[in-house]
Design a protein around this ligand. Sequence first.
Ligand code: ADP
Length: 211
Amino acid sequence: MELTSRQETIVEIVKNNGPITGEQIAERLSLTRATLRPDLAILTMAGYLDARPRVGYFYTGKSGTQLLAEKVKHITVKHYQSRPVVVQEAASVYDAICTMFLEDVGSLFVVDKQATLVGVLSRKDLLRASLGKHSLESIPVSIIMTRMPNITVCKADDLITEVAKKLIDKQIDSLPIVTEVDYGSGFEVTGRITKTNITALLVDLANDEMI
Ligand code: ADP
């Protein structure tokens, strides 16, 4: 959040003189308390200042970056997820390539007949399979996919920062968002989170439009 010059002056006054009442801040700026009210509300809500009844305003000591970090640490996966695209494990590599193009995604999740997650297919997995001499219609995706239990997953309530770290550490483009089924023995796919979703968060942060 970018502060106006008046808001920056208020922060300076509170930093040097806090605790200080709204009335006293207004006096120093030769403004009325009513004129300052929106600025004080913004600064308090954004976390720059803290207000205590009958005492006044305090400077919280938090920099813009610290406040931003605090905000980001509360964002969960469900705020930035995409729709998952799944294929059956019996589907052919050819079908998977068509699905990837038609659905305009970079990874597919593979499920069994019970809709339980069994694998992941990336663009390069499909490219690699296309280099062989076999007919792509005759190769089931279950042969070339990365399979359970080697799939990195996340839950809708996980923090987006944890997911971003997993994407970097594992050098992958996306994670399936899952819920446990059959008492934790399997996962159902409910969403997808990708590097693009994390980029969308960055754009929202830059425009101060965070969810
Ligand atoms: P690409 O292979 O197109 O660069 P990725 O970096 O996402 O795309 O995938 C790299 C490898 O990691 C692929 O073999 C893919 O099957 C596998 N992979 C992708 N996502 C996951 C995941 N969530 N968990 C485990 N393996 C994954």
